[in-house]
Design a protein. Structure first.
Length: 188
């Protein structure tokens, strides 16, 4: 019996679902091809008919996670009556976003691990960072100076969110977010 393109696409989807779940649980370094294939209900031997390497799988899964997080941020922003830089910062610094690392902004979730990824993983994170910059730029202005400031804003948001997530003391985490919010919005 043959293996149709639809079957191959469905198998690839199962692999990606298993990979994103594994990355969400333990980060990129935790991803094991054998475990992913087992979780997807497939044999390890079929892996290379779907992906060229572990790094290819990680980059594809990371891209998927980041696009989903970006879409979530966009959906939240659409619900805001008057979108603004403040609204974006409020979404990123919300308890919901800070508390749900694996379902929020993918750059915030994966940036700390980028140095362990190959070029494809770093490119995926770079691409998503630039999407985030494009999301923020219109609320700052137009031109090269606005884009540069948007990069600084996104970098500040990513850093503040990661530091807040790392803090043992919730009061310190909240203070980091408050101070970062003040600094970001002071320049707007």
């Amino acid at each position: 019996m043959g293996y149709s393109q639809a079957d191959k696409a469905q198998s690839r989807e199962r692999i990606l679902l298993a990979a994103t779940a594994q990355i969400a649980r333990g980060g990129m370094d935790s991803l094991g091809v054998s475990e992913v294939m087992k979780d997807a209900g497939l044999t390890a031997g079929t892996f290379y008919s779907h992906f060229s390497s572990r790094d290819d799988l990680i980059a594809t899964a990371a891209t998927r996670m980041m696009l989903a997080g970006h879409a979530q941020i966009e959906a939240l922003l659409e619900k805001v009556k008057k979108p603004s830089l403040k609204a974006i910062v409020d979404i990123y610094f919300s308890d919901e976003h800070v508390g749900s690392a694996e379902t929020g902004c993918g750059v915030c979730f994966l940036v700390g691990e980028a140095r362990f990824g190959g070029p494809a993983v770093r490119q995926a994170i770079s691409d998503q960072f630039e999407r985030s910059v494009e999301q923020v730029t219109p609320f700052i202005g137009a031109g090269a100076a606005a884009r540069r400031r948007a990069r600084a804003v996104v970098a500040s948001v990513v850093g503040a969110v990661n530091l807040a997530r790392a803090m043992q003391d919730p009061a310190v985490a909240k203070d980091i977010l408050t101070a970062a919010r003040e600094q970001i919005l002071a320049g707007s």
